[in-house]
Design a protein around this ligand. Structure first.
Ligand SMILES: Cc1ncc(COP(=O)(O)O)c(C=O)c1O
Length: 486
């Protein structure tokens, strides 16, 4: 542990000699739980300088504490706080390491937020979602790029900077979006956020008023629903079928009352993986024009398509300023980098900028600059090609293993893209299967977790990208045993 200056309050001088006051202050901090067992204490010279006393005085205090068992001195490790058991007196029950932090609040907290998303415990095999394999991330190239940008531009990128993100990254994202997704945009149209979750939160804050009705997919992405609800949205679930969002049903809903926005995942519908059909895309944009709707298009894993070219985003077809396009580098690079983005007309981006300043001011410019370098050098593009091949092979391995071990209890349809598959189960309760799989260390997610109505259905989502072929086979072995267990 690095050493900071230890602030000690010695109390009034009426309480005895300086050595006694130093010893009492340290004893009190140990009892309070501020100084924890094995925590290193400053050297006598350092503490003496800091307190403006003679070094012998500090040594005398330390010797007294040592004799009483409060601290111990080890030749190579210095003076450290001793464990409670070595104190020369009975240990009180409340002398725990966290005694310093009150367990209760001294003020009212109000009602909990209406969030529904939960973060599951980590398990050895995480087939729970569409997570990428971060072991494949070219982290050495990223580290080199980070070092390079700091060497060249430290003064600029370690300072406060543009709220919409590093200009180089915005420009590189615009190139990527123009080339791979047909979006006619420049860096000025791209607003970088910390992950697309922040983008969704800011979009919701920018466009919603309490009570606004927002249509969402009836099987969908709960964190997005939470961001919308947090800004007062009244969510209206619209069914999803093999062609994606049921746009005819959305039309009926609009006949009953106005909507402010539609949030959807048209490329690989989350969680069912299907693409929104061509006629529905056009119909949705028509509805947007007719009813002045905002369409929040969440295109979270666009790069991963295995059969033929990808379907282009709704944003590419939109000429009326309806689509708010939200993307992320969480799948294509790494979720821990927290880089997402919004592409939208300037008035909305200005509003988003004003809102962002109030919660985050800006992203980590040095990291954004480093990622921009990876894109400029073509490193990110090469990573996409490598991982696409790799994830395709993993998808096929998972499909084969499931067919072999689960036979007709699971009905598989290979997804044409994305990082997960959606499968129907028969003769198996999806929720119970997921619970038994978790006991065996494998996380899969039953349909209920994505359902707006929270009801059970015989489907599961299985991610194939996070683990390699051998790991997937082992995981499916556990899944098969979990399916057979009663
Ligand atoms: C539908 C959807 N949107 C967005 C994201 C990415 O979120 P973020 O960019 O905040 O990591 C995910 C990740 O799981 C997702 O599944």
């Amino acid at each position: 542990m690095g050493s900071w200056t230890l602030a000690l309050d010695l109390g009034p001088s009426s309480e005895g000699g300086v050595a006694i006051r130093i010893a009492s202050a340290i004893r009190a901090e140990i009892l309070r739980g501020r100084l924890l067992p094995d925590q290193r204490l400053p050297g006598s010279r350092t503490l003496a300088r800091q307190l403006g006393v003679n070094r012998n005085t500090v040594t005398a205090a330390y010797d007294a504490l040592d004799a009483e068992g409060w601290i111990r001195t080890e030749p190579a490790r210095g003076r450290r706080v001793a464990p409670p058991s070595s104190r020369n007196r009975p240990v009180r029950r409340d002398e725990g390491p966290r005694a310093a932090m009150p367990g209760r609040l001294g003020f009212a907290l109000g009602d909990p937020p209406a969030t529904t998303a939960s973060s599951d415990p980590s398990l050895p095999f995480d087939l729970g979602g569409g997570l990428p394999d971060v072991r494949l991330v070219p982290w050495e190239a990223l580290a080199r790029a980070h070092r390079r940008v700091l060497q060249r531009h430290a003064a600029r990128i370690l300072d406060y900077g543009p709220v919409a993100g590093h200009p180089g990254l915005r420009a590189q994202l615009a190139v990527m979006l123009a080339e791979t997704r047909g979006l006619a945009c420049t860096g000025d149209d791209v607003f970088v956020t910390r992950g697309s979750q922040m983008a969704l939160w800011l979009v919701a804050a920018a466009i919603l008023r309490p009570g606004d009705r927002v249509a969402v997919e009836a099987f969908g992405y709960r964190p997005a629903w939470d961001a919308l609800r947090a800004h007062g949205a009244d969510l209206i679930p619209i069914p999803v079928d093999d062609d994606g969002l049921d746009v005819p049903r959305l039309t009926e809903v609009l006949e009953q009352g106005p909507l402010r926005a539609v949030y959807l995942t048209p490329h690989h519908q989350y969680p069912t993986t299907v693409a929104l059909g061509g006629p529905r895309r056009l119909a949705l944009l028509d509805l947007a024009r007719k009813h002045r709707l905002a369409i929040i298009e969440d295109d979270y894993d666009h790069e991963f398509h295995y059969e033929g070219p990808p379907v282009l985003p709704l944003a590419t077809l939109d000429h009326g300023g309806h689509v708010i396009y939200v993307g992320t580098l969480s799948k294509v690079l790494a979720p821990g980098l927290r880089i997402g983005y919004v592409v939208a007309p300037p008035p909305l981006l200005r509003r988003i900028g004003a809102l962002r300043v109030a919660i985050d001011r800006q992203g980590a410019l040095s990291l954004e600059a480093a990622v921009a370098e990876l894109m400029e050098d073509g490193e990110l593009q090469r990573h996409v090609w490598r991982t696409r091949r790799c994830y395709l092979s993993r998808r096929d391995t998972l499909l084969d293993a499931l067919r072999t071990h689960l036979g007709d209890r699971i009905h598989l349809r290979p997804p044409s893209g994305g990082l997960a598959l959606w499968a129907e189960v028969s003769g198996l309760d999806a929720d119970e299967w997921a619970e038994r799989a978790a006991v065996r260390g494998v996380r899969i997610r039953p349909a209920r977790q994505f359902a707006f109505d929270g009801r059970r259905r015989p489907f599961v989502r299985l991610g194939f990208a996070r683990h390699d072929e051998d790991e997937l086979r082992v995981a499916v072995g556990h899944l098969a045993r979990a399916a057979s267990a009663r």
